[in-house]
Design a protein around this ligand. Structure first.
Ligand code: PRP
Ligand code: URA
Length: 241
């Protein structure tokens, strides 16, 4: 594969949206609340506080949709009036944010299930080669859950997601789902090819990757927008908050 110096995606063939949209592993939300929150994230004038809130709100919605895969377990419950049938989520699950930007999705899951186990994998992609570099792994000693939800807002080339999921599988995870915000067709195809058993839940399937490997139209650099690590971001809404 020839890679152009400084423009790692130049000349790389990319599948179209139409090609990957029908893959059974891919679930793109159709909910208008998701679309609303996503539009706030895409807007380059959104300040970081609003960006963080919108990512949390959006993740609550995506978690709700992704957790529809979970098996309900029948139970009995005592109301103030009588005993009746109920169901609880019987499967044990953990969330695995990919540092850094995946941290922006943690609170969305914790809003629904505050006692979840949270495990961390640290990866960044080298800007020149777009290859993922692993720098942190804080998985517990034993696989103590049935399902792991890998969280990362951006599925671009797919390198980070493929690597994180390979780490989880090698460690012993049995069932894995990926929850993200925006996916590029290239990343979806790569993730499905590498891990066909992993379901992919996202808010949007965007058009393509640009020559630098950024998703277009996308939302820019998710980590920089969350953590204010770029010089050309909108000013904070209120420096005295
Ligand atoms: C971003 C994003 C993903 C990765 C996606 O992280 O959060 O982890 O890029 O790109 P890929 O699909 O081509 O691998 P980044 O490397 O910018 O690190 P950060 O989260 O620390 O900002
Ligand atoms: N990582 C991001 O944060 N944004 C992109 O568009 C691609 C990778």
């Amino acid at each position: 594969m020839f890679m152009h110096a400084g423009k790692p995606m130049r000349g790389q063939p990319q599948p179209t949206r139409a090609v990957v949209a029908g893959l059974p592993q891919l679930q793109v939300s159709r909910h208008p609340v998701v679309a609303h929150k996503l539009t706030i994230l895409r807007d380059m004038t959104t300040d970081s506080a609003t960006f963080r809130h919108a990512m949390t709100d959006l993740t609550v919605c995506l978690a709700y949709e992704a957790l529809a895969e979970m098996r309900p377990t029948p139970t009995r419950v005592q109301t103030p009036l009588e005993e009746t049938d109920g169901t609880m989520l019987g499967e044990r699950f953990a969330i695995v944010p990919i540092l850094r930007a995946g941290l922006g999705m943690v609170d969305g899951f914790l809003t629904l299930f505050p006692s979840l186990q949270v495990w961390h994998i640290g990866l960044y992609r080298d800007e020149a080669s777009l290859q993922p570099v692993t720098y942190y792994n804080r998985l517990p000693g034993l696989a103590t859950v049935d399902t792991c939800f890998v969280l990362d807002p951006m599925l671009a080339t797919g390198g980070s997601a493929v690597t994180a999921i390979a780490i989880l599988k090698e460690w012993g995870a049995r069932s894995i789902s990926y929850v993200g915000i925006i996916a590029a067709p290239y990343g979806v195809q790569r993730l499905v090819d590498a891990h066909p058993d992993v379901s992919i839940h996202v808010a949007a399937l965007d058009r393509a990757l640009n020559e630098d490997g950024y998703i277009v139209p996308g939302l820019g650099d998710a980590g920089d927008r969350l953590y204010r690590t770029s010089g050309d971001l909108p000013p904070a809404a209120n420096h005295r908050e």
